[in-house]
Design a protein around this ligand. Structure first.
Ligand code: F6R
Length: 239
């Protein structure tokens, strides 16, 4: 991958925003893939501040959504994306899609989401974070390289990690709809944003360890256009 390091999370956000801005300027960004969680927040803040020309025209697809959480819940990814991405970046809400985790048939909703991404022409630039267990989107350990958008069970570790967003750990949903590993790898370009002491060592495992479903981020090694923007702590150990 191309690796850009920055001193702190704000600087990581600014550097990552530059990557997005450059893609826009080059006319290579009409559909953006958006991650939720804390990693991309400084990037979204930086983009909200710079509002590069053409930004408001783009379409967006979220990576994932909890299953069985009220779509009005403030921590549903529908709400998080509206609050952190659509509104601050000035995107057209009709062009921003999130999997329907409240659907009566979530498996069908997942397949339809995969089709919607394909029908839109695919994702030009996919923003990613990495989970402590190596997940990308909610592709937990065990996820295959060929996996598509589908319903998955969240691991206990991920539910504990994400309990910080909820009043009580029991409130964290047990399942999610997530883009698959193959779905993510189909994006023309990937932008992985990583910062913070809890992420130390993960990049090394992702990019210098074996490619294995046990650590799904390792599949990123097979993508030809990955940019990693990381702080010093998380980039440590990368050669
Ligand atoms: C978010 C997502 C997750 C997060 C990952 C890291 O849509 O799909 O894979 O990117 O769990 O989360 P943070 O950034 O909160 O450490």
């Amino acid at each position: 991958p191309q690796i850009i390091t920055a001193p702190d999370r704000q600087a990581v956000g600014r550097e990552a925003a530059r990557v997005v801005e450059a893609a826009l300027t080059a006319g290579e960004l009409s559909t953006l893939g958006v991650a939720t969680g804390s990693s991309p927040l400084p990037l979204y803040r930086a983009l909200a501040a710079s509002r590069p020309e053409g930004l408001s025209e783009i379409a967006a697809f979220a990576l994932d959504e909890y299953v069985g959480l009220d779509p009005q819940h403030p921590e549903s990814y529908r709400q998080v994306v509206r609050r952190e991405v659509t509104e601050p970046l000035g995107l057209d809400p009709h062009k921003v899609r999130v999997p329907d985790g409240a659907a009566e048939n979530p498996a069908l909703a997942a397949r339809m989401y995969e089709e919607q991404i394909a029908a839109s022409g695919g994702i030009d630039l996919q923003i990613l974070g990495i989970g402590g267990n190596g997940h990308i989107a909610f592709n937990e350990p065990g996820s295959e390289r060929i996996s598509l958008t589908r319903v998955v069970d969240l691991t206990p570790a991920t539910r504990i990690d994400n309990s910080r967003f909820f009043d009580h750990p029991d409130e964290v949903p047990r399942q999610a709809i997530t883009q698959g590993v193959a779905t993510i790898l189909r994006a023309r370009r990937l932008l992985l944003v990583v910062h913070g002491p809890t992420k130390s060592g993960l990049l090394r495992r992702a990019f210098e360890g074996p490619v294995t479903p046990d650590f799904p981020a390792s599949f990123l090694q097979s993508h030809p256009q990955v940019t990693v923007v990381a702080d010093q702590v998380s980039a440590q150990g990368l050669s």
